[in-house]
Design a protein around this ligand. Structure first.
Ligand SMILES: [Zn+2]
Ligand SMILES: [Zn+2]
Length: 156
């Protein structure tokens, strides 16, 4: 493992990868794709720049593109069939890696910043976080937080 990297793994431990530092952003996503991919009411995701992540070996993963064009490659562990990492490319942002927060090393976990695609929620969430509904508002809020975090060099 690289120096300054933290070891991370999927829920069964067969898929391993590492990250450097804390994520740019942690968010809850209620979109229907995340619901299906995670088999959960919403996803709890932490976002890294791709350069700060050493991805799992390709043999341990099965990648699924849920929506053409495949801006997000969603990788599931072949052994436990749970989400391991997702690779995302949204112009003009740099390449990003989405890690389910539960797969992160505990030292890399930050407070969540927002809920997005809240319009497709399974149930209401009682917390103080901002909640964004709809594709455009969710993407703008998510992108804005990411860019602010990149400029600051830490999670917001
Ligand atoms: Zn696994
Ligand atoms: Zn989602």
């Amino acid at each position: 493992m690289l120096e300054n990297h933290h070891a991370c793994q999927c829920s069964c431990g067969e898929t391993t990868f590492s990250v450097q530092g804390v994520p740019l952003l942690r968010a809850y996503c209620h979109c229907t794709i995340c619901q299906g991919f995670n088999q959960a009411p919403f996803s709890d995701i932490s976002i890294y720049r791709a350069k700060d992540v050493v991805l799992p070996s390709p043999e341990s993963l099965e990648y699924k593109a849920y929506r053409p064009p495949p801006a997000v490659q969603r990788g599931k562990c072949k052994t436990c069939d749970t989400p391991a990492v997702e690779v995302m490319q949204i112009f003009p942002l740099p390449k990003l890696v989405i890690v389910p927060t539960e797969n992160l090393h505990k030292d890399c976990i930050v407070e969540p910043s927002l809920h997005m695609f809240y319009n497709s929620r399974v149930s209401d969430i009682e917390d103080e976080l901002p909640k964004f509904s709809g594709y455009l508002k969710s993407q703008i809020a998510f992108g804005h937080k990411l860019v602010v975090s990149m400029l600051r060099g830490r999670a917001v």
